[in-house]
Ligand binder design. Sequence first.
Ligand SMILES: Nc1ncnc2c1ncn2[C@@H]1O[C@H](COP(=O)(O)OP(=O)(O)OP(=O)(O)O)[C@@H](O)[C@H]1O
Ligand SMILES: [Mg+2]
Length: 450
Amino acid sequence: MKITTKINLLTTVWMLCILILINFVVYISFMKTTINMEEDTLFQKAGDIVNEINTKQSQSEIEDYLSEHSYIRIIEPRNKIVHEVTNDKILSKKIKGKYTKIKQAKTYLISEEHGEEQVLVVRVPINNGNQFKGSLEIGERLQGLETRKEILRAILIFCTIIAALLSLLGGRWLANMIMRPISNMIKTMEEIEKSGVPKTITIQNKAKDELQTLVKTFNRMIDRIQINMDKQKQFISDASHELKTPLTVIKSYANLLRRRGLENKDLADEAIKAIHSEATRIQKMTDTFLDLATLEKVNVLEIKEVNLVSLCKNILKQFKDVYRREITLHSDGFPIMISADELKIKQVIIILLDNAMKYSKDKIDVFLEKNQQHAIIRVKDYGIGIPEGEINNIFERFYRVDKARSRETGGSGLGLHIAKGIIKLHKGEINIKSKEGEGTEVVLFLPILE
Ligand SMILES: Nc1ncnc2c1ncn2[C@@H]1O[C@H](COP(=O)(O)OP(=O)(O)OP(=O)(O)O)[C@@H](O)[C@H]1O
Ligand SMILES: [Mg+2]
């Protein structure tokens, strides 16, 4: 069943229930007040008759008080009817006379050919000194009430039908109003499914309601998907562009070798060296691509307790052995414990040291400190530095300050991007301070283990 039909049916059924309840209350209170009013008039009449009997000491004129379909009786104790006038024999036969000492009113239901009919009977005591002791009883068919009841019933039924129809129409309007943005969304989703192109929904209603929030959230999600798709496209085009250059170099040197390389030993040497170095670059690059891809996945960290001091000592030793550069570790020697993915943190430090070595010729200093919340690693070089306007850009994928220079140094512009991603996964922070011509200091903050 469609939601619109469901909403429609439910509202109508609910409306009908409410109406039936209201009708019931109206009907009951109408009956009650009408019977009360009839009672009052009959008591009034009984009072008048009793007065007359008392003053005139005669019961002969009570006939004047008869109204349509009624009877009047005077009854002595032990229910003995001493006088009765009536213009409805059937009625007076069906209702038995009853003596009473107190004022009372009662309704009876008597069966008639066309159904049941209500009869109102009032009884009042007659008391004129010691002369006579008895009670007066007046019975009257509530015929007016029957017709009014019928009219009321017809009106109520008519109103209920009209209200049900209106509620059906209103429900349909309401359901359509609610469903319109949802239908729009379904349409857009189907279009997206068919074409594969993310598309946002145009917001039609100005009201700031849940449906608008739904549409806005959907649009935000689509925007995010769009941005990610754009990023992916950008990445693929950047990556293939990056790969193209070394491949072209390799291809041209290979061609050269094929044509005349083997005759000329120097040329062959140069070609092989170039091919080797470019191939190494491609290899490094593909490794970083893989790193990037794993970074985009969530929960890739293998967290354990890591002592930063010994980790840095090991890395620095390797670097000093391989590159023969002056790299100094400054720390108070006390272990600094963090919970982190050791390999990833090692990768970050290597990225920073690699940069420091590539972009400086002088010594390199590594400082290890901690404050109350963070372990702080500072990698400082005294090299070419980064122009002030570029500091914000260098974390972008494939961004290099000076493309020509970086080509020489063999970078692909991914190192800092990857480093930042890893630090972010560890809920840490990476900051860069640099002055062109004077040097660069990269500062890492990593949450410390208590
Ligand atoms: N210590 C530094 N001194 C001077 N410039 C730096 C330093 N570190 C980074 N840069 C600049 O920032 C750019 C981006 O650095 P990043 O490490 O991301 O890439 P890369 O070193 O060029 O290549 P990769 O690290 O991927 O091999 C570098 O190209 C360089 O211009
Ligand atoms: Mg680098």
